[in-house]
Design a protein around this ligand. Sequence first.
Ligand code: GLU
Length: 482
Amino acid sequence: MKKEVRTRFAPSPTGFMHIGNLRSALYGYLFVKKNNGKIILRIEDTDVERFVEGAVEVIYSTCDQAGIVFDEGPREGGPYGPYVQSERKSIYLEHAKKLVETGHAYYCFCDKERLEHVTFMGTKRYDKHCLSLSKEEVQRRLDAGESYVIRQNIPIEGESSYTDLVFGEITVPNKDMEDNILIKSDGMPTYNFAHVVDDHYMHVTYVIRGNEYLSSTPKYNLLYDAFGWERPEYIHLTQIMKDETRKLSKRHGDANFDDFIRKGYLPHAIVNYIALLGWSPKSTQEKFTMEELIENFSVEGLSKSNSIFDEKKMAWLNGEYIKELSFEEFYKYALPYFEKSSIKGRYDYEPFARLLQTRIEIFSEIPEKVKFIDEYERFPSEKYENQRFKIDQELAYKILNSYLENLEKLDFKEDAWKDKVKEVVDLYQLKQGAVYSTMRWAISGVDVTPGGFVEIAMILGKEKSIKRLKQSSIWLKEDLGK
Ligand code: GLU
């Protein structure tokens, strides 16, 4: 372990937080907490075209909700700032010029047209054309104000290796690496350059990031070497996939933290789920508090193969966390979804909420689950049929009518209505579930309800409940041709 454990989360401000990025931040956070280190937030905003207003706030609000706390960053401050790359612009150019002086980089004046056709050693990439320009010519063209970039000068001979803490030894022949642009024509550095300079000056000892950088890391190491700086350790993380072949991406609209929050996931359920996507604890434990994640996290547990994002699993985990909330907390999260539902403002939400807390996995299920309050339409009588309880339509009809007998005179109380279920159970020698299932269909007419038959009746009220039951009996009678 390096003396001082320092890592960084270095997102580009794109306006959303991809689940994969959040996972990198999380692993960085767990790693430093476990090892008494520090984590920095650095904003990588050198791609001016991609800059989105308010994006830094999105990064912070996501990390705040996720419980990831930075030690240094634009908001926190710190000794090695500024922590926003666009505010460090002059450092990069100055350092690129140093590399030009030592022959590790060079000015390139090639225009778009030339670059479109250029090939090198059999592949389509830059051919080091401008490397052969004389010092005088370079100066003359710079003085004339010609547009230029600065490129890294990668040797053609030999190979470059490093040891990744997850993937082991990585070796790339130098001839396979292109002369990357370090400084763009707008004077801004590329990611390929800026992050190396920043990681050095921010004293980053461990770089934790997605494995799309695994094979370009040797180029970055050549930059460290050229400056005479110590290389950091690398921890590259596998990808999160939508399925076997596709990466989870923004394009699928299913990959952002905010989207999941809007769907009604609890922040910690997302954190817990993504922690396990690419890292395995030693045990089979699935639910972890942040403290437990910190305690159990280890680089050895990081996976070498991509993981598939399984939203069903995350929903299940969310449901488990929902059950553990206090009712007050549950109600606070649920309220906006009631407000979006068809019963908005017309019913007391609390009895629904009490029923729903153990019956939903994500909050966005709420509007669907309360729909039956207003919507009661004729439904196919086959819906009563239930193999498990051996109910056919004929039996359903009998159950329903027996239940309706003298129902008006019965106390409209949960207990009384439940006792009546038992009477019908005894009458036909059935399982309780058989009567409940029949009655639930009769009173709701839908597949999904927030509770069982009697709970639903209590919410609907006596008059509406009996009216619906009578109506179902009429429909069933018709369908049976009686
Ligand atoms: N800005 C880079 C990205 O978002 C950071 C990669 C890194 O952590 O080095 O992909």
